[in-house]
Design a binder for this molecule. Sequence first.
Ligand code: NAP
Length: 256
Amino acid sequence: MGRTRILILGGTAESRRLGEALAPRTDLDIVLSLAGRTIDPAPQPVPMRSGGFGGAEGLARYLRDEAIDLLIDATHPFAARISANAAEAAALSGIAAFALRRPYWVPAEGDRWRSVQSVSKAIAALGPSPLQVFLAIGRQEAYQANAAPIHHYWVRSVDPVEPPLTVPNVTYIHAKGPFRLEDELAMLRQHSIDVIVTKNSGGSATYAKIEAARQLGVEVIMIERAAADDMAAVETVEDALRRIDHLAASLMKRGV
Ligand code: NAP
């Protein structure tokens, strides 16, 4: 009986943790796929490939060519295109698939959130008076701040924002999570931040800024996730492992 071949679409802390948990398994062949955007990606615990597949059809072709048995979409909750492609490719190729999607954050007592549906709406929601804005949305969509040049932006991302923003007042912070509460508190105080703009990404690695905002009474403009995925989803790595075992056992029974 051959080993069950699994493709994990990654780029998140969860995909990495899943890879770590699966790396010792001799009954599975794992490939972890990254988009290839991060300049210096952290080493991964399992064999890796990098770069786009060429849409849903390209991904379906890859699944067939590589004889993949199971597709796991463990991409970031805001990476909507690859998730839609994954659902379509799994349907096209008829293989088992599920998503690993951490739960989004929900407001706690003391939080001052304004929820919006997109980065452009978040920037518009800053309003006409100059503010000190902590922009924590990653680098790809940071350019949308150019639409509201009245504010001073503190832009945090792993890699540099290219091209740089055109606004007159901007400070770049290059840092990679996880972030600690005391550091986030110090950052918000040091720069007298009035408002944080962030995506509702869920997870613990970047949650400290939300707690810090709560403690200091700082407003958060929260960009909410788009519509739910087409795929069945689990929320934790542990649930993903259970589902993998279940699917691998049923593939073995069918002699796949
Ligand atoms: P996206 O808009 O959903 O995807 C754009 C294209 O990038 C896809 O159509 C696909 O190209 C390629 N792609 C994306 N993820 C891939 C993967 N894991 N392996 C191979 N190709 C991939 O994605 P995005 O928002 O740019 O995010 C890119 C990556 O960064 C994702 O892997 C995601 O997990 C990670 N990430 C995203 C965010 C965020 O806020 N969006 C935050 C943290 C990490 P083809 O159509 O050519 O296959």
